[in-house]
Design a protein around this ligand. Sequence first.
Ligand SMILES: [Mg+2]
Length: 257
Amino acid sequence: MIADALVPIVLAPASSVVLVDFDGSLAPIVDDPEAAAPLPAARQALAALVGRVGRVGVVSGRPAEFLRAALALDGVVLVGQYGLERVVDRRVVVDPRVERYRATVATVAAEAERALAGIRVERKGDVAVAIHWRQNPGRADEARHWADGAASASGLELHPGRMVAELRPPIAVDKGSAVELLCAGMRVALFAGDDRGDLPAFDALDRLVAGGALDQAVRVGVRSSEEPSEVIARADLHVDGPEGLAHLLLDLATAIP
Ligand SMILES: [Mg+2]
């Protein structure tokens, strides 16, 4: 038995696309973001979907190179940094619009390391900077405030997440624009996510269905103890953590001949 919401995919697998967020969806959230790894069951589920549905993709804020190394799966489309990077033929391709911001990103990263000593500053290649206070929750306000000021001063855009603030070039990409591209040519789409950064993906599915580009969309909300209720409120299906999502995707793959 599979969930009713998944039936349209089982009925038209070749014209269905399955898209998944990485952190909190395929991989459990861990204190050290570099240590995050997909659950073996999640990798297995994605591998099982490749060739059974029209397209399988991972859409993440992570650098595409990180996704490539962490998943090590052929046949899965990898979109990193919210669409600013993708893996094509196992190589990372960066959106050319990023070029003129590389120097600014490097400067802001160096300033963050100086001003926020002790707080984790992640250089996402030279495309973006993420400030993580999961390991320093007592300095959350300080980190947020610094990131806010740095965004105003540098012209980079501030994107808040789960105990993280990211500074990125002001280029109009989000998981929604990435999802729209990945839905091209497809009739049914599923997107699974756990965080407010995934809401634009849900919005994109709504738009594509409303405009007739998709016949059906399935929004899967991955529950966690810290995830905003909005993701769950907007979802058609709910699963408990990455384990729950891995089960759902494996059930889906198994239901497709
Ligand atoms: Mg996530």
